[in-house]
Write a protein that binds this ligand. Sequence first.
Ligand SMILES: [Zn+2]
Length: 327
Amino acid sequence: MLKTVVKTFLIALLISTCAFSASAWDDAGHKLSAYIAWQRMTAQAREQATRILLAAPEDADLSVFYSSDSRSAATKQRELFMIAATWADIVRDRKFKERYDKYHHGNWHYADTFWTTTGGKIEYLKSDEDGGKAVEKLYDFEKTLRDASESDQEKAIALAWILHLGGDIHQPLHTSARITEFEPKGDQGGNLFLLNPKETPRERSENLHWFWDSIVGRTIARQNDACDTDYLPPIANSMMKKYPSARTQNRLALGNFNEWQKESFAYNPTDVFSNDLIRFQTPSAKYKKNAFRLAEQQLALAGYRLGEMLNQILGGEATTNNAAKKN
Ligand SMILES: [Zn+2]
């Protein structure tokens, strides 16, 4: 009990001092998609999502992210929802062993298509390697969230995973295992594709997966350790302006997670492994620019899809512009 109280206090302290922020698709990216989803959600869907997240099992350390400070309930609810999208990464922390053993699942974060190119053409391959379960788990968790007989405790975990995996599979490298002579078993979503000269020490070496995961934070740096509440909304608003939801309405493919994966994978041969990308070299300015453009588009699309999906499941009414304009 005491341990829980101390841990809860520490987490609350981390939020209030805003030291909790970090920049990566893992963190900023997931929070951006969740922020965009929240903008699309009806008042009823927001209310239900909050109620469910607050019912999370105590040992998951999820509901503790609802801050007790004096900001408005609307702000604190949105913050909880955004942090919930990163919870699947929070539970990676091995220092909290019981939580790690119970909730962490490394291979749920991706759904890889194994592929190679032969004579400039894509060839899809079968593999005995673990390709990940992101798509399968999205189907499972959607079912849990829709099931009236499931407890809110179960639904809280399901919702946190949906928010996270819905973001993950829009990162093209979370859908790809490229096979080459250097990576005969697949490149683990670009983790084995290095971007520094060969002699670079391992701990300083950067890889392609990291490059894409962290592109938002590296492209738009935080000023003076800005809190997420100051740093993220302008970025999300700019993404929504560049990629308006109205333009995505006919391609949301709600409930079709296979389609989300397929669409995200399709950017690998064209944009991720474009001809100008060279192993052991820093990607060019042109490559970076295009990667950021695509990341913005994918994060916005993930947010729109998640928002509409939650409206369908929790909202009970069509999205209104009023709901989208609040906050
Ligand atoms: Zn992930």
